[in-house]
Write a protein that binds this ligand. Structure first.
Ligand code: MF3
Ligand code: CO
Ligand code: CO
Length: 271
C-alpha cells in the first residue's frame, strides 16, 4: 500500500501567535461593538456598514469582502460580514432586509490585520425571543463550548467533532455537515478542515501552536441544507431555525486559548 502523506498543519511561531491575538481581539471587539445595534428595525446592511467602518478605523480590512470569486459570483462575497437570519445557516449576505422582533441573526466577523486573519461569530436575539429560538441559540453555544473543551494538546480533531455532535444529538438538534471550521492565519481558510462531527481518537493530533476555528452550525430540525440561488446563502431544507457560534482557538502546552476575546470595554456602535 502507498504511504499516505500526512497533511501539514502549520504550527505558529511566538511572533505569529502575538499577531493572531491582535487579529482575534479586533474581530471580537467588532462583534461586541455591533451587539447593541442588533435591534428590531435595523437592516443587515446597516450592521454591515457599521462593522465595515469599525474594522477600517482600526487599521484592518474585512476578510469576507470580495472573498473567493467564482463563475457564479465573479466579484466574490459582496459584503464585509455575514448575517444569517432564522433558518439561514451561514454566509447570509447583508441587504435591505429589516430585522424583526423575535428574529435570530448570526453575525460573522473576520478581519485581516497586519497580515493575519481573526474569525468569530455569534447568534443574537433581535428584541425578544421564543422558546424555539432560546433553545437553538443555547444548544449552538454549548456545542461550541464542548468543542473547545475537547480541543486539548494530544487529543485529536475527531474528539472535537464527537463532543459537538454528541451534545447536539442529546439536545434533539442536528449538526450541519457540509461546512466546517478551519485552520486560520496568514490565509482566511487553511488546513485542516475542522469537522463538527467525528469519531473519538480519529483525525490528526492537536499540537501546541496550531490555530483554527470551531464554528458549529446547529439546526432545530434536520441537518439537511440547501444553497440559495445567490450561491452564498445556506439555509435549512426544512426551514427550521439554525444557530452558530465561532471562535478562533490556539492550542497551547496546557490546553487552549481563545483568541477572539475582548480585553477592553465595549466600543459604542452609534458613534
Ligand atoms: N467567516 C466565515 C467562516 O467562518 C466565512 C465567510 S466567507 C464569506 O469561515 F465569503 F462568505 F464571507
Ligand atoms: Co466566520
Ligand atoms: Co470561520
Amino acid at each position: 500500500m502507498m504511504a499516505h502523506k500526512r497533511p501539514m498543519i502549520p504550527i505558529k511561531s511566538a511572533q505569529e501567535i502575538e499577531q493572531m491575538r491582535l487579529s482575534g481581539r479586533l474581530a471580537a471587539r467588532t462583534l461586541a461593538m455591533i451587539e447593541p445595534c442588533v435591534q428590531p428595525g435595523v437592516t443587515t446592511d446597516r450592521l454591515n456598514d457599521l462593522c465595515h467602518q469599525f474594522i477600517l478605523d482600526h487599521g484592518a480590512v474585512p476578510s469576507p469582502l470580495h472573498y473567493r470569486p467564482t463563475v457564479q459570483n465573479p466579484g466574490g462575497f459582496p459584503k464585509s460580514i455575514c448575517t444569517s437570519v432564522n433558518h439561514q445557516v451561514c454566509h447570509g449576505i447583508p441587504s435591505q432586509r429589516v430585522l424583526r422582533e423575535e428574529d435570530i441573526v448570526n453575525v460573522d466577523v473576520t478581519v485581516y490585520l497586519n497580515g493575519f486573519h481573526g474569525d468569530t461569530s455569534k447568534t443574537f436575539f433581535v428584541g425578544g425571543s421564543t422558546s424555539r429560538s432560546r433553545k437553538i441559540v443555547q444548544v449552538a453555544e454549548e456545542c461550541l463550548q464542548r468543542g473547545i473543551q475537547a480541543a486539548q494538546p494530544g487529543s485529536h480533531f475527531g474528539d472535537i467533532g464527537v463532543a459537538i455532535e454528541y451534545h447536539a444529538r442529546q439536545s434533539h438538534c442536528s449538526v450541519v455537515r457540509e461546512y466546517c471550521g478551519h485552520g486560520i492565519g496568514r490565509a482566511f481558510h487553511e488546513e485542516p478542515a475542522v469537522l463538527h462531527y467525528g469519531t473519538r481518537d480519529k483525525g490528526l493530533a492537536l499540537l501546541p501552536g496550531m490555530i483554527f476555528t470551531i464554528e458549529p452550525m446547529v439546526n432545530l430540525g434536520k441537518a439537511d441544507i440547501k444553497l440559495m440561488p445567490d450561491h452564498w446563502t445556506v439555509v435549512t431544507k426544512d426551514h427550521s431555525l439554525s444557530a452558530q457560534f465561532e471562535h478562533t482557538l490556539l492550542i497551547t502546552e496546557q490546553g487552549n486559548e481563545i483568541l477572539t476575546v475582548v480585553t477592553s470595554p465595549p466600543d459604542s456602535c452609534s458613534g
